[in-house]
Write a protein that binds this ligand. Structure first.
Ligand code: ADP
Ligand code: MG
Length: 786
């Protein structure tokens, strides 16, 4: 098959706007589908095949039962098994012999329980249960006791083999450990000889059994695990070959540098599950063989991922999309003379009549977008800019270009409030364009909606604004030429996909106010074109952020009162709508509304707003807010994204410890938009967890979204960052874009070079890689596009 040609069974406009990886999967899935249909004629692959795609149940030691348990761990093929990487290792070389123990040491011991006694103390004040065992190894015996852990009595029996870790002391002249950390070493366990991997498990599977399965799988299928990375890379980094790398990660030998520090923290990980993974593995010696093996596999993940992105991008570029005509006159000319005010003049008119000068950055990104619009290749661009950087006008400019060329432009936003606001903005900024019609599919009555649908279908509406309603079946566009998705992180990949399918390869612009650190944008968006607005519009007022505690509440409201007296407006945000029994200390909008309107600010106009209110109510309130008829809005995070009321100068966030940095930054972005000095007040209980404290301090320190994004990344890890995990992007087995950023960069370059030399992977030597690519679907985690 020639990979350079898009597979013929690809649906139109396939997934341009999905998570890029999902697209990649989509392409390759179609290819795999083809493969399957071909193989329906051919005899099915023999179960005794020796490729990495062999289903796991044909692995030695795995029957249907174990196969289903492994399935729960995401292991379906031999390849998946190889990628089932240990969480950490235990080094049995560092075991202490019982006869050599001294009191006061922290040690690890391996032995058998030779007696187990349960005692229930008479006086059951604090200690309700004692489990006392005698543990023996080949050199001697010691005691181990556990207090109030009665469940252990079912697990630890005479003959149980145990790994114990803890501090020794003397008790009745015998060496003892009290409540040591422990692990039961099962019979299957052939482990206790060297460095042993500890895997993520699932009910019904033991470490020992999994180890055995892995050992025999590496023996049996190792031959299929051929190297495919460019030789130059392997040599430069002194990477071990692929099979050897897997061997080292699964079964490192003593001295190969597997991170096995036998510290308290590591034993903690026994309980911690996955969270501890990166932490422990990060502790490796950077020059060790183990670390090189890890990097070899990380590089592979990045490399395949980057190649797929590059390929995908190349494919999109080859599609024939809409080529929007150049407007006349040129909106960027020094002097604009508008002779005729037909559609072609709209972009120039639009720029002319803006109530402000575009910033240099805004102009720059307008030009970048424009180039894409003029070209026949479909645009696939991310518009990035911090909260308040003025992305809306830029999107609108793009929309007027589309309209000027006789196409329709759709603007999709995540909330009804925002849809209403954007529709208003569009109407305001385009009222001087004769013949332009804007309709909205959000918060409108049935009759209005019917009309809107009609004008979308017959093409008389050029601008269409809406929420998810936009991609519903009933909506039919006459000539959709540009789809803009605002606050793109709020949408799933499929939703964006469905909007785009309303046209034939329309251009796509996605705007995001959650700045993605460059490290990550490279990973997530790969070769998607990115336009960034760096600087904020001029004359932005200063914005001061202060973190305070509940006991200063009265002062906060006093300050709020003062701001209102100056004619300003205030948002108060709470994490929940109504008081909750489960979380009695969490401030709710209902409570806060009552306290403010009755106790603290009875003389002010206080209103409440949350997700349960109808679109109508929300719209009305925002309108009254805009008209200055409301002083304080107590709200949930419904106002988190996009809301733009320049007269609001104070944002009070109650229960601020409950919000992540991205959300706090978004919320704060609702103020500081006009010309008056603005404030954000973060209110928390006096005792909050250390991470939450760090978040508050970061918020106090900086207003720069990019800095905050980087900090967020450090605090939470890349997957959690800014909701990326939710938006259905990628999951690597081992790679961590932040930790291994230099490898990511190299992989990026190497993949680009390979794509240039051999885009279809048809050259000799590329076979292995091609095979791996085909298997990406099973290796990366996404939902299948609908
Ligand atoms: P965001 O990038 O967060 O979506 P908006 O597009 O809502 O930001 O813009 C924030 C505010 O800044 C709006 O009130 C908008 O009218 C205003 N604005 C945008 N560009 C400029 C500019 N060049 N000069 C002055 N104000 C601007
Ligand atoms: Mg916006």
């Amino acid at each position: 098959m020639d990979l350079r040609q898009p597979p013929p069974n690809l649906p139109q406009a396939w997934g341009r706007n999905k998570g890029i990886l999902q697209e990649a999967r989509f392409i390759f899935q179609s290819m795999t589908d083809k493969k399957t249909s071909a193989s329906q004629k051919a005899p099915k692959k023999s179960p005794s095949g020796d490729g990495l795609d062999t289903p796991i149940q044909f692995c030695p030691g795995v029957g249907p039962m174990r196969a289903s348990i492994l399935g729960r761990l995401g292991v379906e093929t031999v390849r998946d098994l190889f990628w089932h990487i240990p969480r950490y290792y235990e080094d049995f070389h560092n075991l202490s012999k019982i006869s050599q123990l001294r009191p006061g040491q922290v040690v690890t011991v391996l032995g058998n329980a030779v007696s187990v006694q349960e005692r229930i103390p008479q006086n059951r004040n604090k200690v309700r249960h004692i489990l006392q065992t005698v543990i023996e190894d080949e050199t001697g015996a010691m005691l181990a006791v556990w207090f109030n852990q009665s469940y252990l009595a079912d697990k630890i029996r005479v003959g149980t083999r145990l790994l114990l870790h803890g501090r020794t002391d003397l008790y009745d002249r015998m060496m003892q450990m009290s409540s040591p950390k422990h692990r039961i070493v099962d019979d299957d366990d052939d482990s206790t000889q060297g460095v042993e991997p500890i895997y993520p498990l699932s009910e019904g599977l033991t470490q020992g059994a999994l180890r055995k399965i892995l050992r025999s799988a590496l023996d049996r299928f190792g031959g299929a695990c051929q190297e495919f990375l460019p030789v130059g890379i392997l040599e430069f980094h002194q990477f071990p070959l692929r099979l050897e790398a897997f061997r080292i990660l699964h079964f490192p030998k003593h001295g190969e540098g597997a991170p096995t520090d036998r510290c308290e923290q590591e034993m903690e990980l026994l309980k911690d599950g996955e969270a501890g993974f990166a932490q422990t593995l990060a502790a490796g010696d950077p020059h060790s063989l183990w670390e090189k093996a890890r990097k070899r596999l990380v590089f592979e993940e990045f490399f395949i991922h980057q190649f797929l992105l590059r390929r995908y991008h190349g494919q999109v570029k080859k599609q024939i999309g809409v080529s929007h005509p150049h407007p006349a006159p040129d909106p960027w000319a020094q002097r604009i003379e508008i002779i005729e005010d037909g559609p072609s003049a709209w972009p120039a008119l639009f720029i002319e009549s803006l109530p402000f000068q575009l910033t240099a950055d805004q102009k720059k990104v307008c030009r970048e977008i424009e180039e894409d619009l003029f070209s026949p290749a479909p645009m696939n661009r991310l518009l990035q800019g911090d909260v308040g950087s003025g992305k809306t006008v830029v999107s609108l400019y793009a929309m007027t270009i589309a309209a000027a060329g006789g196409r329709q432009a759709a603007l999709m936003v995540p909330t009804e409030i925002l849809a209403q606001q954007h529709a208003d903005t569009i109407r305001r900024l385009t009222h001087c364009l004769p013949g332009v019609r804007t309709v909205q599919l959000a918060g409108c009555a049935a009759a209005e909606r019917r009309q809107a649908l009609e004008s979308i279908a017959n093409g008389s509406a050029q601008f269409v604004v809406g929420t998810h309603a936009l991609f519903q079946e009933k909506v039919e566009f006459a000539r959709l030429g540009l789809a803009v998705v605002d606050e793109q992180h709020k949408f799933g990949v499929e939703q964006r996909q469905r909007l785009i399918e309303k046209g034939i390869h329309p251009d796509l612009l996605v705007a995001t106010a959650t700045p993605i650190p460059r490290t990550l944008s490279l990973t997530l968006f790969g070769d998607m074109d990115i336009s960034t607005i760096v600087s904020l519009p001029p004359n932005r007022p200063s914005l001061i952020t202060r973190w305070t505690q509940w006991d200063k509440e009265e002062k906060v409201w006093g300050f709020v009162d003062g701001e209102i007296a100056k004619g300003h407006q205030v948002y108060v945000v709470c994490p929940i709508i109504e008081p909750s029994e489960n979380a009695p200390h969490l401030p709710s909008t209902e409570e806060a509304f009552e306290r403010l309107s009755q106790t603290f600010l009875p003389h002010r106009r206080v209103e409440i707003l949350h997700g349960r209110h109808s679109a109508q109510v929300k719209g009305d309130l925002m309108e009254r807010m805009r008209a200055g008829a409301v002083d304080v809005v107590v709200a949930t995070t419904v106002i988190e994204v996009g809301v733009d009321l320049p007269n609001a100068t104070v944002m009070v966030i109650l229960g601020a410890e409950r919000f992540g940095l991205a959300q706090l930054h978004q919320l704060r972005g609702r103020v500081g938009r006009g010309c008056s000095k603005s404030y954000c007040v973060l209110v928390t209980p006096s005792r909050i967890p250390p991470y939450a404290q760090q978040r508050m301090k970061i918020m106090e320190k900086t207003r720069d979204g990019f800095v905050i994004a980087e900090e967020d990344l450090k605090l939470r890890g890349p997957g959690e960052q800014f909701g990326i995990r939710q938006s259905g992007h990628l999951k690597f087995h081992l790679a961590d874009p932040l930790r291994d950023i230099h490898l990511l960069r190299e992989a990026h370059e190497a993949a680009a070079k390979l794509y240039q030399d051999d885009p279809g992977l048809d050259r000799p030597g590329s076979e292995r890689l091609k095979e791996e690519m085909l298997n990406v679907p099973s290796r990366l985690e996404f939902r299948r596009p609908s």
